[in-house]
Design a protein around this ligand. Structure first.
Ligand code: SF4
Length: 256
């Protein structure tokens, strides 16, 4: 499955799903063809260097991209996480679905959807060190990337190291604000279950507390929060807004 950040909310729950991008190739990015195959006159995919995929968002990362951190190409501030259970657009099958696994991807640049390394016209600022998905995707033959989309995905734990204090904090946040459980609570709250609504509000407060804690106590910058904690809950899971109240009640202070 190939997932993409999505900004159009399904009618039933207004909201965003993050984009995922099944691999982008910058204009200058790829050597288009396998020369041997060319000689054999086989139909091979060609990169037109149009930058179209880069404009749709950054790629998600796989374990082969791990050396890019040691090389200083990638860092938490360049990334965002789509959490397991977060609503995303499946670009292959279509539709909005919960992400089946955690996905670490390059974040978009300021004020847009394009990959933060993309510069007009059609250039990649990290061309020589672009992630695997960028090297593998061809507009005319996206299926290979799509088929392998969930294989060998890089996780926060891979990047931070299992025993690092920040990895432990991320894991605790993940468990305490589990999106599948939260979605189930939201559905109960929408059915009139007051206890479930209060549980949703409690989880939202907890998520906010983590977002205060990491910059204050762990030396994390605000721009790195989408990597360490993913997107705020109401963006990751639009049904949270509905569960906490119609007409903007999400902004109402949750009951103590
Ligand atoms: S890393 Fe480079 S090739 Fe990959 S999406 Fe970003 S700009 Fe495009």
């Amino acid at each position: 499955m190939c997932i993409t950040p999505h900004t159009t909310a399904p009618p039933s729950m207004q909201s965003p799903f993050a984009p995922t991008h099944a691999g982008r190739v910058t204009g200058l990015a790829k050597r288009p063809v396998l020369l041997h195959a060319r000689r054999m006159n086989e139909a091979v995919p060609v990169c037109r260097r149009c930058g179209a995929c880069c404009r749709q968002g950054g790629p998600s990362l796989c374990r082969e991209d791990l050396p890019l951190f040691a090389a200083g190409v990638l860092a938490p501030a360049t990334l965002m996480v789509l959490r397991r259970g977060e609503y995303v657009t499946d670009n292959v099958a279509g539709g909005v679905v919960p992400a089946p696994v955690e996905l670490v991807r390059l974040r978009p640049g300021q004020g847009g959807r394009a990959c933060l390394f993309f510069t007009e016209p059609d250039a990649c600022a990290v061309h020589e060190n672009r992630p695997r998905q960028c090297r593998d995707l061809f507009c005319d033959a996206p299926q290979a990337v799509a088929d392998a989309y969930l294989e060998g995905r890089l996780t926060r734990r891979d990047i931070l190291g299992e025993a690092s204090p920040l990895a432990v904090l991320c894991a605790a946040h993940e468990a305490e604000t589990d999106l599948a459980r939260l979605a189930a609570l939201c559905r109960r709250a929408l059915g009139g279950d007051a206890a479930a609504r209060e549980a949703v509000a409690r989880i939202v407060r907890l998520d906010a507390a983590y977002r205060d804690l990491l910059p204050a106590r762990a030396g994390v910058s605000v721009t790195e929060l989408p990597f360490y904690l993913g997107r705020p809950l109401a963006r990751a899971l639009p049904i949270v807004r509905a569960a906490l109240g119609c007409g903007g009640l999400y902004n109402e202070a949750p009951s103590a």
